[in-house]
Every structure is written in C-alpha cells, then in structure tokens.
Design a protein around this ligand. Structure first.
Ligand SMILES: Cc1ncc(COP(=O)(O)O)c(C=O)c1O
Length: 413
C-alpha cells in the first residue's frame, strides 16, 4: 500500500500520544523517562514568563512574515547571540533563519550540502547526539561517516588528525565528505571544545573545502565545577576566521529548546554568513515554518535580557546542583560514568560491567539492546550508546535535569 520509503518508515517506533509519567505522589508507578534532554528544573520560570507575556496582536493569527523567522525574532536572537556568544564578526539578523526546531534544521543541513547519489556524506565523531543518525539520514538518503577516534580524546587537538585520516579513508572508498558536524557543548559527554581544537577543525575544513556545522544548542547551559577544571563554552563564531577559513563555510545551529528550557516552543535557527546556504535553507524551511505565536513569545523572551540574565544564572546553578546529586547517587550505587563535563543535561554512564552477555551468546551490542529493554520493564527509559555511535557497548545517557524525586527513583530502579 505504501511507497518503499513509506513502508520503511512505518517500522520506525516513534513516541506518540499519552504518556505514563512518574510523579512521586500522583503517579509513583509511572515511567521515569531519561530519554529527552530537557531542563525540567526551570520549566516553571519559563511558563511563568509565557503566562505573563501572552497578550497577542491579531496579526499573529495570520501567516504574517513568519515562515522562516520574523524580523523582530531574528533581531532579538542576533542581539542575544552578540551578547553571549561573543562572535568575532557581529551576527546580523539576516544571517539567521528559523524553523520549527533544530531537528528540522539538521536535516536541512544534510539536504543542502550533500547529494547522496554522488556518494556525498557528512562526517562526525562518536559518541555523538544519537538523533543525528536519524535526522540527517531518514529523508535525505545521506549516509553518514562516523570517524573512529580510537584512543584520541574528541576534544583535544589530536581529533583533527583523526578527522583528517577519516576524510582521506572515506575518499579512498569513493565517499566525498561535504561537511563536518560537531556538537558544542557536546551531547552526550557534556564537554565544551577548547578554542585550540575549534581553530584546528576550522583549518581542517578550510583545507578540505568542506562546511563546518556546529550544533551549539547547549551553548549557555554550562556550569563551573569547583572540584575539577571546567572548559568555558567557545562558539565557533567567536573565532576570527581571517586567515583560517572562508566564513561562508561555517554554520551554527541554536534554538529555544535547551538554554531556554522551551522545547515546547519548537523554535530552532541556523546562523550562516553564506547567502546561498541561507537561501537554500529558507526555501526548504517553508515546510517546517514555526508558529507566529511561538515566535512572538520567543522574541519577547530574548528581548528581556534582564530576565534572561537571572534565569540563566539560576539554570546553571541548578544544573550543577543536580549533576552533583546525580554523581553522588551513581557513586553510592557503584555505577561508573564519564567524569569530565560541565555542560548540558546528561551524564554518560558506563554500564558495560552489567551487560547481560550470557543471555545474548556473547553478542555485546545485543546485550546492550536487551539491557535497554530490561530498564524499560523496570520503568526507566534511557538512551543506549549504540545510536550515539559509542565506540564500545554498555554506555547509556542519563538525564539529570529532572526533579530530585524522579532522579532518585530512576537511579534506584
Ligand atoms: C545536540 C542537539 N541538537 C538538537 C536537538 C533538538 O533540538 P530541537 O528541540 O530544537 O529540535 C537536541 C535535542 O535533544 C540536541 O541534543
């Protein structure tokens, strides 16, 4: 009945409809979900802002000028980014294009940079945000090149040689890499890239003639640790491209879902100085146009930098507090985890010692899948490492930015 791609997509499991969410009083038998990276700790602050700024003009009922971002929203976002991301070259509202979420823009990046029938691809390291493996491929037909980092730390300048080798190895196989995508701050490792590494990656992209796409959606969700070094977030736009790379090759993804705890607004944007890239993005984004009501609210939020200064300070403080609590609970439970990290909402667990390998005839990745199912049966949903292209099995991503009772219950289960 369906096209071949329709039939293929029909087999994809996708969350839909009512959910049985755990609440320590209202629903103690409900499911603890560590699946979505959301900052639950400050949802109330944002909903309060929304409720007190919800008088809309009738113009919001129209298509308006809003298919890919109103001028007001793009101006507010440019001002916000100029204040917080310290770009070497000031960001102009015309560089910004909005869509209904970064998820959509990830796909757009693949659509407009790669011709799959020409064996064109995007390279990325691992582990990395698991949804890239779907967002960049499902509808585009692009196959990704996950570059093995071996023993190399993804954040050290040594990763540049690993990407270089991966690029050349792909080329030798007839794969033409058109872009490198990074996630900074990193999902799921929670680390920020040092400036030196970013500069090296820009130089690499310049030498290879490819795009650098930097997903910086967690840019302001960083917290300073007092017990170990904390790398500060540096946007790729904070590096002066002069003598390094043509700025037309550098694109940044950002949005409302993480730093503003407002994934319900469904607003993401791409910032690019490449007019052709921007025009292609806009032509594609008409299929994923955001709501004018959302854009109006987001503009009001971004314009209120007084509110945001306090909000971001509170958010970062609570994130650190919950991360420390999660580490404490994990240590008490004897669970190992990736220690570095001072950004984002997640901790990368190492449950390799707990893989039920005996039940999967020694197949370690099948054991990881089985452990994921066992967690679900026990009422905990957690992303396993496989879609994140974790180099070894047994890694799981725990979301710690939930309320304390949910965090305690999830770790206990
Ligand atoms: C790195 C990264 N990019 C993009 C997204 C999705 O963003 P949006 O809600 O804007 O689609 C997420 C959400 O988890 C993410 O972690």
């Amino acid at each position: 009945m369906l096209s071949s791609r329709g039939a293929k997509w029909a087999k994809i499991k996708f969350a839909h409809g009512e959910r049985d969410v755990y609440h320590h009083i209202k629903n103690p038998k409900g499911v603890v979900s560590f699946a979505n990276a959301e900052n639950w700790l400050v949802h109330e602050d944002i909903s309060h802002f929304v409720n007190t700024h919800s008088d809309f003009d009738k113009d919001c009922c129209s298509y308006g000028e809003g298919f890919t971002g109103t001028v007001r929203l793009r101006t507010a976002m440019a001002n916000h980014l100029n204040a917080h991301f310290k770009p070497a070259q000031k960001i102009d509202p015309e560089e910004i294009t909005f869509a209904a979420g970064v998820t959509d823009l990830n796909e757009v990046c693949a659509l407009i940079t790669c011709d799959p029938e020409q064996n064109e691809s995007i390279m990325l390291g691992g582990p990395i945000y698991g949804s890239f493996s779907k967002d960049l491929t499902q509808r585009t037909g692009v196959e990704l090149e996950y570059i093995s980092m071996g023993d190399v730390d993804q954040f050290s300048p040594a990763c540049i040689a690993a990407f270089d080798d991966g690029f050349e190895a792909a080329k030798a196989r007839g794969v033409n890499i058109r872009a490198l995508i990074i996630c900074n701050p990193h999902n799921p490792l929670g680390q920020c890239y040092p400036r030196e590494t970013l500069e090296g990656l820009l130089r690499l992209c310049a030498a290879k003639g490819i795009h650098l796409i930097s997903d910086e959606i967690y840019g302001l969700s960083t917290y300073e640790r007092h017990d170990r070094p904390s790398e500060k977030f540096t946007s790729v736009r904070a590096i002066d491209p002069t003598g390094i790379i043509d700025p037309a090759q550098v694109h940044v993804l950002y949005g409302m879902s993480k730093d503003f705890a407002a994934s319900g607004m469904r607003l993401g944007c791409v910032i690019s100085q490449n007019l052709e890239f921007t025009n292609a993005t806009r032509a594609t984004c008409r299929f994923s146009s955001p709501s004018l009501f959302s854009m109006e609210l987001a503009a009001r939020l971004l314009e209120d930098q007084g509110f945001l200064a306090k909000f971001l300070q509170k958010s970062d403080r609570l994130l650190l507090q919950n991360r420390l609590l999660a580490e404490d609970l994990l240590e008490q439970a004897g669970i190992d985890y990736h220690k570095p990290g001072n950004a984002g909402f997640f901790i990368w667990l190492d449950l390799s010692a707990h893989l039920p390998i005996a039940k999967t005839n020694g197949d370690v990745w099948a054991a990881e899948r089985l452990l994921t199912e066992l967690f679900e049966k026990a009422g905990v949903i957690m992303s396993p490492g496989e879609p994140y292209h974790a180099p070894t099995p047994g890694k799981f991503r725990l979301i710690f930015s939930v309320d304390e009772e949910t965090l305690r219950e999830g770790v206990r289960r």
